[in-house]
Design a protein around this ligand. Structure first.
Ligand code: SF4
Ligand code: SF4
Length: 111
């Protein structure tokens, strides 16, 4: 009866004299760079221009991540900044152009 260890393919038991690809396939290819990208979560800066906000709540209703809420002053405010995905729905839907969302680090304050 053949030894179970001898029958299983492994680097040690490879006796293929013509093609050593079985050994090559088993070895890591050091010429290939590790292309694994680190996934970084983007953060966004949300400006609410309170003077323009009329408190209609449209931005609150459309935000898919519950980032916005209506404050005690009846106007929109950021309640969960870290959840913002920068989709821009609040900006697009605000009838008074009272919200601006930009990726953090790309804020143009005019100076
Ligand atoms: S949609 Fe515009 S006006 Fe309406 S609550 Fe939001 S920011 Fe204010
Ligand atoms: S950009 Fe999108 S996720 Fe961020 S506050 Fe506006 S609607 Fe919500």
């Amino acid at each position: 009866m053949p030894n179970q260890e001898d029958a299983s393919p492994s680097i040690k038991s490879c006796n293929n004299d013509y093609d050593q690809s079985c050994k090559k396939d088993a070895m890591p290819d050091k010429s290939k760079k590790n292309n694994t990208k680190k996934i970084q979560k983007k953060s966004f800066h949300i400006d609410i221009f309170k003077d323009w906000c009329k408190g209609c709540g449209i931005c609150v209703a459309f935000c898919p991540k519950s980032v916005l809420g209506l404050g005690e002053d009846g106007k929109s405010e950021v309640v969960n900044k870290d959840a913002c995905i920068g989709c821009g729905w609040c900006e697009i839907r605000c009838p008074d152009f009272a919200i601006s969302v930009k990726p953090e680090g790309k804020i143009n304050n005019g100076s």
